[in-house]
Design a protein around this ligand. Sequence first.
Ligand code: NAD
Length: 428
Amino acid sequence: MTEDARPRTSRISGFHKLSAQQRIDRAAAFAGLDEAQRAQLAAPSNIDAHLADHMIENMVTTIAIPVGIATNMRVDGRDVLVPMATEESSVIAAVGNSARQCYDSGGFTTSMSGTQMIAQIQLLDVADPHRGRLVILEQRAEIERICNACDATLVKFGGGFRELEVRVLDTPGGAMVITHIIVDTRDAMGANAVNTMAERLAPELARWTGGRALLRILSNLADRRVVRARATWPCAVIGGEAVRDAMIAAYHFADHDPYRAATHNKGIMNGVSAVVLATGNDTRAVEAGAHAYAARTGRYRSLSAWEVTAQGDLTGTIELPMAVGLVGGAVKIHPTARALVAILQVKTAEELARIIAAVGLAQNFGAMKALATEGIQRGHMSLHAQNVAFAAGAVGEEVGEIARRLIDRQSINEEAAGLALAELRGGR
Ligand code: NAD
């Protein structure tokens, strides 16, 4: 099809009714994709196309992300192999390396504050918001009844309504009455569960207070579901006092400067999000919670803290919200996620959350140690060079050879890779 003859509108009515192949054809015609690109989009993956089509709207294809296993992890006295889904090189190696260096001193110790989620209901136009607040608090028993009636299964598994909080929020748009229902969602991440309750409750709150209900949704600042991990790295194992002190200085930098803290916490999330994704959980929910929690004092800070023990060793702690589940969402229906959860051998969402916190701390140790010593690039170099070789068209054994040449020449870019490939193929 010539450029001009292509259908150029994004107004496609009934796109959702088409099959995945038909959607690929429409998108391909729109963008002028060639046959190879069409075939790539239609290629099968380890998730059944029929299932994928039911998970999201307008599904055309799936995108595979490599999953690796982090080794050497010992969490609460148990050895675990941790699946991590990531497109970024060095992330999994860093976790395995960091965990090896604290394995003999006991690995990671974790705990969790609970598995409670918060849903918010916003009321506007309450004439007397402070009176309205008390009226809602007086209805605690009825609110508990309504919430629990929404989800008998959750109650059967030991979850359900736990607490009620009501605040009056003064905003430029006037006073708002904000109700929090706090619900133990046990092994579910719980968004759907608490959203259902909030929607069911909202008209009652409006009726009791004479106000108007607007938003009814969970908060991703899941600070009733905070997971913690700690570990100690012997000073001698990590390379001595100079390395230890450089890492402490790196931490202080992060904790006092949001520009550094953003990257420090991004490193933590390299580990956290990779396990969250591998287990079919909601990466955005966990990330939103983590960053909001990092800013809970009014200043964006490090999610971890690093200190020197009385014995002179390096000890690290981490604390962040971890709304992950083992039932519901994609966790239960994505067959690959289920198989990866099976590798972890966890029985509860709390066990999963605790392992994820340990991975976040291990990742943070690895990134800080690299940054405070040789810099991040040396560790990244080998895999990065291989990726560049791939991008330049190297195949099979050429990839390793091109990567070696690029590293030797200290010139890792696609142009250099193209030249090296031409040399190699030309027999030089
Ligand atoms: P869900 O509703 O599919 O499953 C949870 C339900 O499973 C519970 O309500 C309960 O009835 C049942 N259940 C069975 N065994 C259980 C057990 N042992 N413990 C607890 N419950 C058990 O899923 P969900 O966890 O309520 O919601 C998660 C989904 O919501 C995710 O896919 C997420 O992406 C999505 N979501 C997120 C947001 C957000 O984060 N802002 C908003 C909307 C939706």
